[in-house]
Every structure is written in C-alpha cells, then in structure tokens.
Design a protein around this ligand. Sequence first.
Ligand code: FES
Length: 178
Amino acid sequence: MIEDEREIVEWVNDFFNDDKDQNLIGALQALQSKFGYLPKIGRKSIAARLNMSPANVHAVATFYNQFRFVPPGKYPIKVCLGTACVVSQGKLILDHWKRRLGIDVGEVTENKEYSLDRVDCVGCCTLAPVTIIGEETFAKMAVTRVDGILLQHQIQREQEARKIAAEKTEEDKSQSEQ
Ligand code: FES
C-alpha cells in the first residue's frame, strides 16, 4: 500500500472509531471534505466498515452530484445551482464554464489548474447567480462575465508567480553574498 493510501485508510478507521453511528452519506461527505474528492481506497474502506460492497458504495456516491471522483484542480470552480441561482440562469452559466474550460462537471483541466463542480445553495441567494473560484465568490454572474473572470484570474496567478520568483531570486542573491 502506498503512503497516501495508508493515510486515507487510517483516516477512515479513525473516523469510524470516533463515532460508530456514522452513516454512508455522512462518511462520504467527511471523506470528500478531508481529501477534496472520494479516493477509491477511501470508498473501499468505508464499504468495509459498513459491511457493504464497494460497488454499492460507488453506486450511492454516483447518485449524488455533490461527490467527485478525481482530485479537484488547483483552483476549484463551483457553480451554485440552488433554486435562486437556477432561476437566475445558473445552468446557462454552468454550461458556459464547461465550454470555456473544455471540461464537464466533476472533471479537471489538463493542466490541473481548474476543476468544475455544481453545488447546492452556498447561502448568499441575494447575490445569485453565484460562482466560487477557490476562496473567492463572484456574485451576480452572467454568461458574458465568465471569460473576463477567467482571464483576470489567470493574470493574477501569473503576477503572483512572478512575484514569488523575484523574491526567491533576491533571497538567493543575498545568501550568496553572505
Ligand atoms: S441558491 Fe445559489 S446562493 Fe442560494
């Protein structure tokens, strides 16, 4: 068993040892909250703890669109499809993110930068429709804003990367002068 897998199995065991009344959905939600997705070994461990077959656990997990089966991208994009967001064209916005990123819900871009998920109400319905990128919430979304937001996000990331590289160069320079 590789190191990451051992960590996941141990986490599942601790989770059930802490609270023996755990149910399947609660365990899957906690697993995803911890690792960002549902690793296969985690689903298998949960199945074993609940005396279920891994196939049944997988079937239940795929029934709910809140679960993802591959690790999220560096910057997860979440499109709210709660009621207030749906009536404000949330589905059109989700479709445009799919087209723009070239991925479907639950997938990750080839460079692993962005993943796309639909989420239920995130609790700020007055700002509907809402998209969340990483920790940042974008309110009153519109299809026409998607391209601009993505471009702005990419420019910010490039600027941050350049700043970190410049700081590292400065640090290396001052160390070599000592
Ligand atoms: S429905 Fe989207 S924030 Fe509530």
